[in-house]
Design a protein around this ligand. Structure first.
Ligand code: PLP
Length: 401
């Protein structure tokens, strides 16, 4: 159980929320860390918008929906306690992260501090920039429970630390890193702090003021239950005005004279002109939907279901839960003795249960340190019910080596 989100928090209206989720009629969906099932209002908003694009034209439909499209910035800002001018809507978390990371400049000897469970996409970016610039990448040691150790981080700080960039909830391994403790250290030393909140958003409250990050990247399709191909970047106002996006177009930067452009004054300097507006509207509806339910209630329900899943799996001989840290997230990683992860995923699919696998290369440092093979990843969400969790546990029970 996550101590921050007691399982006794306000219950959610499960039956109503399930009735709002068409996908549950077809599948037991335990792949919310991959892409959650969208609720009906998200699906409907996108369908209606696409119909309108077909009926009256793409630019005309965007004009007609201008106020709602603009409101997406307010919704996202509310979700993370930011200002709307600190939000750039992007097509995924990767682009959001890259826009922030590649906007920073590094000199030989500059230090980038990150975590052992850092996401592969982010880490290859570090490697590329380190190769180009002579910056170094250093991993913050873990504490005894496997989380990033803030005390160790504090001890690493010197004038050469140019960036702290961590994943709050890694793509596998259950871990919830102490993002706010890292934020306090970054603030104290004036070090830019880039937080990957891709797996945190939508499964627990996210408050950029409380966390103290300067930049945050997130995706729409995972625990937030938005459409694929959506994400956003948050950049703190004071940092934003110092960052030149690594690539610009004439939306993010106005061409004001033959030899000059002016960057937009807000975070949308990181955006480009053309966008999937249907998906943007869907993202906005997904954000409002999560806010209506309440992120505390969502977190509490995720804690109940993931605990039930971990307990059920752990009781099966030959099953090893591969998760770390106190109060683990709703991403449950495990292996079954004598079975390949892909085989388990396939067998689950035959029973209409959606789960996924996680390769060592997605968190290579962690996989090497712990000798992890490809893991099975099952990720429940608040709209799952206990029977669905038990169905997976029962299936795994029949598969033990
Ligand atoms: C921790 C983490 N960061 C970033 C990403 C990338 O997100 P996206 O696929 O939206 O670019 C993922 C995707 O699985 C992730 O798990």
């Amino acid at each position: 159980m996550n101590p921050r989100f007691p399982e006794t928090a306000m219950p959610i209206a499960l039956e109503r929320l399930r009735a709002d989720t068409p996908g549950i009629a077809n599948r037991i969906h335990l792949n919310n860390a991959g892409a959650a099932l969208m609720p009906r209002p998200v699906i409907e908003a996108m369908k209606d918008y696409l119909t309108r694009e077909g009926d009256i034209g793409g630019y005309e439909a965007a004009g007609e929906a201008a106020a709602r499209l603009d409101g997406v910035y307010d919704s996202v800002a509310r979700l993370i306690n930011a200002r709307r001018d600190e939000i750039a809507l992007m097509e995924n978390a990767t682009i959001a992260w890259q826009m922030a990371f590649y906007a920073l400049s590094f000199q030989p000897g500059d230090r980038i501090l990150t975590t052992r469970a850092e996401y592969g996409t982010n880490y290859v970016g570090f490697l590329q920039v380190a190769r180009r610039t002579g910056a170094t990448i250093e991993v913050i040691p873990d504490d005894a429970q496997g989380r990033l150790d803030p005390v160790a981080l504090e001890g690493m700080i010197d004038g050469k630390v140019r960036l702290i960039a961590i994943s709050w909830i890694p793509t596998n391994g259950g871990l919830v890193n102490p993002a706010a403790e890292v934020g306090a250290i970054a603030r104290r030393h004036g070090i830019p702090y880039l937080l990957d909140a891709c797996q945190a958003l939508g499964q627990m409250p996210v408050d950029v003021e409380a966390v103290g990050c300067d930049m945050l990247s997130a995706t729409g399709r995972k625990f937030l239950r938005g459409p694929r191909g959506t994400g956003f970047l948050y950049v703190r106002r004071s940092v934003l005005v110092t960052l030149e996006p690594p690539m610009i177009d004439h939306f993010g930067a106005t061409w004001v004279a033959r030899d000059r452009y002016e960057l937009r004054d807000d975070a949308r300097r990181f955006e480009t002109w053309e966008n999937n507006y249907a998906a943007r509207l869907g993202l906005g509806v997904a954000v409002d939907y999560a806010l209506d339910i309440g992120l505390e209630a969502i977190a509490a329900r995720c804690a109940i279901l993931s605990r039930r899943l971990r307990d059920g799996l752990a009781a099966i001989p030959g099953v090893e839960i591969r998760d770390l840290g106190p109060g683990p997230s709703a991403i449950v990683s495990f292996t079954v003795e004598g079975r390949q992860a892909e085989e388990i995923k396939r067998r689950a699919a035959e029973k209409s249960i959606n789960i996924s696998t996680s390769q060592p290369s997605s968190t290579l440092l962690d996989a090497l340190a712990r000798g992890l093979p490809t893991l099975v990843r099952a990720s429940p969400h608040y709209y799952n019910n206990e029977d669905e969790i038990d169905a997976l546990v029962e299936l795994i029970g029949t598969m033990r080596g």
